[in-house]
Design a binder for this molecule. Structure first.
Ligand code: HEC
Ligand code: CU
Length: 346
């Protein structure tokens, strides 16, 4: 409609001006839409998919609305003052300073503070949840352990799966420096402090794949310390957990079998555990089901064979400062075999 009207406007100075202003509003509209679209997605606190994030988003919108009201009031006042003719009376400045500078901020900020503080207990409160999750931050990855009430202990890494619609309590700590676990779409962030256990309750309200990240600068590859959170239906979650508890599957091809031999021969097992094999290290992530993860290297690479090869050849290029040596000295064929084995560990 607007476009149609545009082309019919006469080519006079005022017509040109009109076209220019409409173009500016079009642009503003486009920018607005783009900005709003950017609010959605797997890592957005403004597109909440969990109870904690919903309440935080609510607080955010109220604060935004408050800011807009205060801004509009100040602008209206400025306009009024600059356009009126009469001189202000001697008491006007005092009223303005006490009213606008003391009473108003105290009322607004106290209300927001009370609201914000009242939110906290519900976000951090421990509930009796099953299973219990322990997440340990390490430079630059996440060690994850699920414990179930029937005594199963399931170690994994760099990925969380949660059932939709019920709370899960995460117990957080750190192995080295302070990290912070943040899944913007699900809840607020909580620090992971060496020697101290902090808690975070997650209660996803819809299924989906979300992205979590480290929110406390923790060293060179801090920006590459992310993870995937998959929220699924209860039965899918139970199946997944039961599968994760099993030992690694045997190599399915001669190439993968050679990969397993190489893995054990080159000392990968000193740092990594693959349950059901002789590899039982605990410096790096548990690799028992690494091929079934949605990403590797803490949300940095996909989990296809080429990504595994790239990682084994030059982890330092993917993640500066990484605590895994490069295996570039191995022949290409050996790296392919290793990748085939790892990718098959579904
Ligand atoms: C000195 C200890 C060490 C050795 C030896 C080692 N790694 Fe690692 N590895 C690590 C650490 C630490 C990480 C985590 C890196 C990160 O994401 O910050 C890692 C990450 C990985 C990952 C990604 C896992 C995930 O969950 O994302 C794979 C795959 C891997 N290593 C394979 C290997 C293979 C194959 C070998 C042997 C050829 C090997 N590693 C040898 C320490 C080691
Ligand atoms: Cu970190």
């Amino acid at each position: 409609m607007t476009r149609f009207a545009l082309s019919s406007s006469p080519d006079t100075a005022s017509g040109r001006r009109r076209r220019a202003t409409i173009r500016a509003t079009d642009l503003a509209l486009l920018a607005g839409v783009a900005a709003l679209v950017a609010c959605a997605g797997p890592q957005s606190a403004l597109d909440p998919a969990g109870r904690g994030a919903e309440r935080i988003a609510e607080l955010f919108w109220w604060m935004t609305a408050g800011t807009v009201v205060v801004w509009a009031a100040v602008m209206a006042l400025a306009f009024y003052v600059s356009t009126r003719r009469r001189e202000p009376g001697p008491r006007a400045p005092g009223v303005l300073i006490v009213g606008g500078g003391v009473v108003l901020p105290v009322l607004v900020l106290t209300a927001l503070l009370i609201w914000g503080l009242a939110l906290l207990p519900s976000l951090l409160a421990g509930v009796d949840a099953e299973p219990t999750l322990f997440v340990t931050g390490r430079q630059f990855w996440w060690e994850v352990v699920y414990r179930t009430s029937d005594g199963r202990v399931v170690p994994l890494a760099n990925e969380l799966r949660l059932p939709v619609g019920r709370p899960a309590v995460l117990q957080l700590d750190s192995h080295d420096v302070i990290h912070s676990l943040w899944i913007p779409a699900l809840a607020g962030k909580v620090d992971m402090i060496p020697g101290r256990v902090t808690r975070l309750t997650l209660e996803p309200s819809r299924t989906g794949v979300f992205r979590g990240l480290c929110a406390e600068y923790c060293g060179l590859s801090h920006a590459h310390m992310a993870f995937v959170v998959a929220v699924t239906e209860e039965h899918e979650f139970a199946e997944w957990l039961a599968h994760q508890a099993e030992p690694a599957s045997a190599p399915a091809s001669p190439l993968a079998a050679r990969g397993q031999e190489l893995l054990l021969a080159h000392g990968c097992g000193a740092c990594h555990t693959i349950r059901g094999t002789l590899a039982d290290g605990d410096v790096g992530p548990d690799l028992t089901h690494v091929g079934g993860r949605l990403s590797i290297a803490a949300g940095t690479l996909s989990s296809d064979p080429r990504a595994f090869q790239r990682w084994i050849e030059a982890p330092e290029q993917v993640k500066p400062g990484v605590h895994m040596p490069a295996f570039a000295m191995l022949p290409q064929a050996d790296r392919e075999a290793l990748a085939a084995y790892l990718e098959g560990l579904k």
